[in-house]
Design a protein around this ligand. Structure first.
Ligand code: PLP
Length: 395
């Protein structure tokens, strides 16, 4: 289908990634597995090599029809021109950082950044002579400008942060970064289609497709989306040098998942807000960290830049409770799984107090914390479970 920006995102998601993929009339593309790609003659092979980053099959690592269909869907969601699909969300974080940073460069990362991204900054990047400084995620334009150095090549962003949910002023950060020629990278996993990164000044958008796009807790994938040919060649070239590849079976699963993503997301967002509002009114709870709640410190920014959200949020308990009390609460829940990740059909809850590393700020929210992911269960059942769970808090 030709891209028609007049169509609602729901319509575009039903039709994207289908052109040219029909096999024997079936609606969906097949799983194309392959390493070797055969050419009719050596001249055709020579010609093909010139188009290897253009959805042109030359070798398995350059992708095939299943990948191309899915790439188009992700570019559509993000509002970009091209998307690179990689094996995990973390690989999608790593590829653009490695693409735009080299020895002697400086990188800025928000203090609430996804933990493994911080590990990469302090590990491989540091070892290769890239210095990273961490900044307050709620920084304004002047504040960021003061942190930029002549060698700052990347300003990394993640909004909202996936444990503490600060919303960043991305347009302000992008203005400051672009004034010194730095690239703005954004982890847009929480916003999904509700935040359009390229309309707000982002150069490279990262998604952990493992979350709502996959949606069924059975697939790991990531994407790196860009909005022009120059960035595509840098990102795709780096992915290629690193041998990044996503299994066509996983891509097929995610392509299946993404067709129903909007209805899942809508339901989960609504249920999440219902549970968040309920928790906020409980005496045991000090604060609920959900950008969609009017009480959130950056709610105005969220309303300005996002068209909605998802079902992942944080809870800060009253300081009279200890982290152990919160663990007892979590252990007593019957409908919430205890485990990492989010965006699947099932609800989850994990303690976050000990998991938050901060170097630019204190990260102290004034009480022990947990993170809740709301799945597709009925919210009244989840609230009943949370009610009995809260009974175990002070026991
Ligand atoms: C989960 C997650 C990732 C990494 O995704 P994986 O597929 O698990 O590697 C990256 N960023 C954020 C914000 C995440 O929550």
């Amino acid at each position: 289908m030709a891209k028609d920006p007049k169509h609602h995102v729901a319509t575009r998601l039903s039709h994207a990634g289908r052109a040219g993929t029909h096999v024997h009339g079936f609606v969906n593309p097949a799983v194309h597995r392959g390493s070797t790609v055969l050419f009719p003659d050596t001249a055709a092979r020579r010609e093909g090599a010139k188009h290897r980053f253009e959805q042109f099959m030359t070798y398995g690592t350059q992708g095939g029809p299943t990948h191309y269909a899915f790439e188009d869907v992700i570019a559509e969601i993000e509002g970009g021109t091209r998307a690179l699909i990689v094996g995990t969300g973390l690989a999608a974080v790593a590829v653009p950082l490695l693409a735009y940073l080299k020895t002697g460069d400086h990188c800025l990362m928000p203090d609430n950044v996804y933990g493994p991204a911080r590990n990469l900054a302090g590990g491989l990047l540091k070892g290769w002579g890239v210095e990273t400084s961490f900044y307050d995620p709620c920084i304004d334009e002047a504040g960021l400008r003061a942190l930029l150095r002549p060698n700052t090549k990347v300003v990394y962003t993640e909004s909202p942060g996936s444990h503490t949910f600060e919303v960043q002023d991305i347009p302000a950060i992008a203005r400051a970064a672009h004034a010194v020629g730095a690239k703005v990278l954004m982890d847009n996993t929480w916003g999904i289609h509700h935040f359009q990164p390229f309309k707000h000044g982002v150069d490279v958008s990262i998604q952990a497709l493992t979350k709502y796009v996959g949606g069924h807790s059975d697939v790991l994938l990531g994407s790196v989306t860009v909005n022009n040919e120059a960035d595509w060649l840098v990102v795709r070239g780096t992915g290629s040098q690193l041998g990044q590849f996503a299994s066509p079976d996983d891509v097929w699963l995610a392509l299946r998942g993404v067709r129903t993503m909007l209805v899942r997301l809508q339901r989960q967002e609504q249920s999440g807000l219902e549970v968040a509002r309920w928790l906020e009114a409980r005496p045991e709870v000090k604060q609920v960290l959900h950008p969609g709640l009017p009480s959130h410190p950056q709610h105005a920014l969220f309303k300005r830049d996002f068209t909605g959200g998802c079902s992942l949020f944080g809870v800060v308990f009253q300081p009279r409770y200890s982290p152990d009390d919160v663990c007892r609460f979590i252990d007593s829940l019957a409908l919430f799984g205890i485990g990492a990740s989010w965006g699947g059909f099932e609800s989850l809850c994990i303690p976050t107090t000990g998991n938050i590393t901060r170097t630019a700020g204190s990260g102290d929210f004034g009480g022990p914390m947990c993170r809740i992911h709301i799945g597709l269960e009925a919210p009244e059942d989840l609230i009943a479970d949370l009610t009995q769970g809260l009974g175990h808090l002070g026991a």
